[in-house]
Design a protein around this ligand. Structure first.
Ligand code: RB5
Length: 148
């Protein structure tokens, strides 16, 4: 399984920790940057990772900025991307089971490395439930906005 990783400066350190953890477990990694702790614009990395997942170059993405919020908002602009900010394992499991999330977003200023790695493991080891109601709702997320 191949995982795309992206961060800004506020997520850089945690991205490095996540990358080492995933490599140890045998995952293939595509590190899409940032590659340093100098200030960068998080939407660039959110969208790079989103496109890698959309184009199926990578199976899942993990995005980390200060809060997980801005970088997930950028990723969610890309059609077919369902990026979920998770700072607990319950949410990480639920967003795979119910929402078929394809990108996990976290805040490097919100969670420490110990919890972050458990969230990552939970997200990557949980399959979409496939229940009819969840399939229908994911399709509704992906549909053109009915209220426009
Ligand atoms: C950078 O200071 C910060 O705004 C960014 O990492 C992120 O938290 C935005 O949502």
């Amino acid at each position: 399984m191949k995982i795309a990783l992206g961060s800004d400066q506020a997520g850089y350190q945690l991205k490095q920790v996540v990358m080492e953890h995933l490599k140890e477990q045998g995952y293939e990694i595509e590190d899409m940057g940032s590659f340093h702790e100098d200030p960068v614009d998080y939407p660039i990395y959110g969208k790079l990772v989103a496109h890698a997942v959309k184009d199926k170059t990578c199976d899942y993405g993990i995005l980390i900025c200060g809060t997980g919020l801005g970088i997930s908002m950028a990723a969610n602009k890309v059609r077919g991307i369902r990026a979920a900010v998770c700072h607990d394992c319950f949410s990480a499991e639920a967003t795979r089971l119910h929402n078929d999330a394809n990108i996990l977003a976290m805040g490097g200023r919100v969670v420490g490395p110990g919890l972050a790695l458990k969230i990552v493991d939970t997200f990557l080891n949980t399959e979409f439930s496939g229940a009819e109601r969840h399939v229908r709702r994911v399709e509704m997320i992906e549909a053109e906005d009915d209220f426009d």
